[in-house]
Design a protein. Structure first.
Lengths: 305, 567
């Protein structure tokens, strides 16, 4: 047998989780500070506005030139950004949260491109126009969606396991969501609708790990009555360690492939998945299980009996 | 469950069936020989707009305005009813921007009679009264019916228009209570598509009021006063909103039962654009509802295009009556509150008419506008004004790039998973790999059977599913290894391993599915595509990971091929 993790390990995860919890609180604290001071780089999905992706055949067109041209547009504040990983000479032209009629601004931009550059020498590859009302609604429904997903999972765990197990899973999920959002705040990557979709996927997959370990904790509880809860948790974590590492590694590599080769349109989506995946496995081991201990201390010894 | 033989056939049929359903993905319909294409299933994989290129529009329907308009119609109706019944009254009017109608009576004692008449003729409900004023409101049932109806009528009208415009495989659906999502695959001229969809296309005919006491100069000054009071037409207001606000402001300042609308004109000497206001009778005796047909015609002299229309019998009767009674006056032809022309009525007109488009613009532009107007008039007016709230256009080049990049990351992801399992679990890994491949094939087959749309995040969802689908096998195989370590024989370890791991796998996947279902509710377009692949992928990966692999092991053991478990 080929083993990544030798059988019968006995790491003291519960003890290590104290450091883990403190580290998490500090890291997420810093992230939230950045989140509230600098804020997220919201895409037009949430701010409302225009985003256009334009590819130029002519290599002499550069950001500076395009910016100068776009600044002549009076109907809106037009920003130009070079598309970082495109193969060709590609730019993002963006107008965020404008008061003016977005259709008018779009027409102005298109007209400006047409009059400045040869028609046919550039390709408008994508246009996204989102009204401010829709943007606000999407933001709200994103928050609701995350809450509903967690609520559903909370209830399911309470039914299938024990109500004292649910908070641990949810705290771990909140940890993953905050951590991922924090990475977006720090790196300044665009936060879009697909990022939210990825957050929900993370919620789904991170809880996967947690469930597998919970399942084992429950089994250990049934088998070894009388030993203390921290030992039980340690035993369960050690027994499932190889599975946790294997699955996470394989899935992580898959997601990494999407991040590297999936192209620009999937970048914000796959980044969230990559980050969330790492956070997910960490939080399962170092956050979800200790919270069970905490719940036990708060709400009596029923489950240990 | 089944006995071994039946299970064998079931699995074989499932595999062959899935391969058949998904065959259009592997075999190009155009390159394959004819006899082969005849054998292939008719359904091809549906690609989302982000992959095949196209336009996704979200339109807001101003349903509240339609409700308010119903209140207006009720007010006009009641006016006539009270006159007929000889109930003396000061006014019957809609209250502000609401759906309420207020009736001011001359005799307070008439209240009962009025309340009875209102309920009988309009179905409105009483909401308040005092000082000889009675206020009625539309009942909630009617309001919600009007709103729903406005959305469904709008969808109908848009569908008619797009059908005439000639776009295939469009999808037009209501979203929430007052939104419509329109998906147009592969439309090149988005601006034109938008102008065809967005035009309200309400055609009205109104008699121009030539009041000697209220000439053009007084109309101009009234409009200017409104401008100074803040009722202005600028980039932030649509023309229709401006005209509505203006007429509310002008009420009482212009003769009763009249309104002001504009004709957009170009000064021939300076080339400057301006809007000429007209004083019109509020009522429209004839509207576009009575239109039979509309088409583009050409002016003999310069070849300028115009829109020619024909009324149906009902429309022709009203038109004849109206024009007959108003010979010598001007008849304004109003489309979406724009006056296109206001010719003097020379003689009775019955069923023919023209909309001229003005001059000073290139013929090609006029030509296109004439075609568009004729099209929307034929297709029917929208019951409510539309706003474009969201627009997402993906060009075909980006779509193609996305497909290639999606394919690449899928192949690499799958390769990693397959190799990893093979190296780590050897023979059992190979069995798990069969499950991984089958999982993808069945997942695609189900998507094609359901007609689900594959989007770019959907491809990512498949890659993710591939990664996660081995999780079931990792859980099971680790369990089997544990059982072997604790001294069980291969066959016993296999059975205990599968039994113990089953609920773990199910619990883990159900919680993921909960997130997937929420995502399905939240997302539209590409994100929804992701949720769909995720959910189907969860189901298929549990099936292949648990059921198929177990069957393979049991089958091999039963046939005696598998003496020692390599895991």
């Amino acid at each position: 047998m080929f083993n990544i993790v030798k059988p019968n390990t006995n790491y003291d995860f519960v003890k290590a989780s104290r450091i883990g919890v403190i580290a998490s609180i500090i890291v997420i604290g810093i992230m939230m500070f950045v989140f509230f001071t600098k804020g997220l780089n919201y895409g037009v999905d949430f701010t409302g506005g225009i985003e256009m992706q334009v590819k130029f055949d002519d290599a002499s067109v550069d950001s500076q030139k395009l910016r100068t041209v776009m600044q002549e547009i009076k109907s809106g504040d037009v920003q130009v950004q070079k598309f970082s990983d495109a193969t060709g000479n590609e730019y993002l032209i963006r107008v965020k949260g404008s008061e003016a009629d977005l259709n008018v601004v779009t027409k102005d931009i298109e007209l400006k491109l047409e009059t400045t550059f040869n028609k046919g020498s550039y390709d408008i590859r994508k246009i996204e126009i989102v009204g401010p009302k829709v943007g606000r609604e999407l933001k709200m429904s994103a928050i609701y969606a995350l809450i509903y997903a967690m609520l559903g999972i909370f209830i399911y765990i309470a039914i299938r396991f024990d109500y004292k197990f649910s908070p641990g899973a949810i705290v771990a999920l909140i940890h993953d969501v905050l951590f991922t959002v924090g990475i977006f705040a720090i790196t300044g990557y665009q936060f879009t609708l697909s990022t939210v979709a990825a957050l929900l996927a993370i919620v789904g997959y991170s809880v996967n790990d947690t469930i597998v370990i919970y399942d084992r904790i429950r089994e250990v509880m049934d088998k070894h009555k009388g030993i203390s809860l921290p030992i039980m948790i340690n035993k369960a974590l050690n027994e499932t360690l190889s599975r946790t590492i294997l699955t996470t590694l394989v899935t992580f590599l898959c997601v990494l492939m999407i991040f590297i080769f999936g192209g620009s349109s999937l970048r914000d989506f796959s980044l969230a998945l990559v980050v969330g995946m790492v956070s997910g496995v960490y939080s399962t081991v170092f956050i979800a299980s200790p919270v069970i201990l905490l719940m036990e201390r708060l709400f009596g010894k029923k489950t240990a009996e | 469950m089944f006995n071994a033989k039946w299970r064998f056939y079931f699995v074989i049929i499932l595999i062959l069936g899935s391969l058949w359903v998904t065959s259009p993905i592997y075999i190009s319909q155009t390159k394959a020989p004819y006899w082969l294409t005849k054998l292939m299933p008719p359904k091809d994989l549906k690609l989302g707009l982000d992959l095949q290129g196209g336009t996704h529009l979200v339109l807001g329907v101003d349903v509240e305005k339609v409700v308010v308009e119903q209140a207006d119609r009720n007010a006009i109706k009641l006016d006539a009813v009270f006159k007929e019944k000889n109930i003396p009254f000061d006014s019957v009017k809609r209250v502000g921007d609401t759906s309420r109608v207020s009736v001011k009576l001359k005799n307070v004692s008439d209240e009962d009679k009025v309340r009875e008449a209102v309920i009988k003729y309009t179905g409105m409900i009483f909401s308040a009264s005092g000082n000889g004023e009675i206020v009625f409101d539309l009942n909630d049932e009617e309001k919600s019916y009007i709103r729903k109806n406005a959305v469904s009528q709008t969808i109908e009208a848009i569908r008619n228009r797009i059908d005439e415009f000639g776009v295939n495989e469009t999808s037009i659906q209501a979203q929430g209570s007052d939104r419509i999502v329109v998906q147009l695959p592969g439309v090149k001229d988005v601006t034109r598509a938008k102008s065809i969809i967005g035009r309200t296309a309400r055609l009205e005919f109104k008699i121009v009021v030539n009041d000697p006491n209220f000439g053009k100069d007084r109309i101009y000054s009234a409009v200017n006063q409104a401008n100074e009071a803040g009722v202005v037409y600028d980039e932030k207001t649509s023309y229709a909103d401006y005209v509505d606000k203006l007429n509310v402001w002008l009420e009482g300042k212009i003769p009763s039962d009249t309104m002001v609308l504009f004709e957009k004109k170009v000064d021939p000497s300076t080339g400057k654009k301006f809007m000429e206001p007209y004083l019109l009778q509020k009522a429209s005796p004839v509207t576009g509802d009575d239109l039979k047909d509309a088409y583009v015609g050409y002016n003999n002299e310069f070849g300028e295009p115009y829109v020619s229309f024909q009324m149906n019998t009902n429309g022709a009767r009203y038109m004849e009556k109206t024009t007959g009674e108003n010979i010598g006056k001007q008849l304004a032809i109003v489309l979406d509150k724009n006056i296109y022309s206001a010719p003097v009525i020379q003689a009775k007109i019955s069923d023919q008419g023209q909309i001229t488009l003005g001059s000073g613009r290139p013929i090609s532009e006029l030509q296109q506008e004439a075609e568009d107007i004729a099209l929307v008039l034929r297709a029917g007016a929208l019951p409510a004004q539309l706003t474009f709230e969201e627009e997402r256009v993906v060009g075909p080049s980006l779509g193609n790039d996305s497909i290639e990049q999606g394919k690449l990351s899928f192949i690499l992801g799958a390769l990693i998973v397959v190799l990893f399992m093979l190296i780590y679990y050897r023979f059992s890994g190979a069995v798990a790999d069969i499950a991984v491949v089958l999982n993808v094939v069945i997942l695609m087959a189900l998507m094609m059977l359901f007609g689900a749309t594959l989007t770019l995040p959907g491809i990512a969802g498949i890659v993710l599913t591939v990664g996660m689908s081995v999780d079931a096998n990792v859980i099971i195989n680790e369990r089997i290894r544990e059982e072997i370590r604790s001294g069980n024989t291969g066959k016993a370890a296999l059975e205990i391993g599968y039994d113990k791991a089953l609920w773990t796998v199910l619990d883990a996947n159900i919680t993921t599915a909960i997130a997937g279902i929420v995502l399905l509710q939240y997302g539209t377009g590409p994100v929804k595509g992701f949720a769909v692949t995720l959910l189907i992928g969860i189901a298929t990966s549990v099936f292949t990971g648990v059921y198929i692999t177990r069957w393979i092991f049991e089958y091999l053991i039963e046939k005696g091929y598998l003496r020692k478990l390599s895991i």
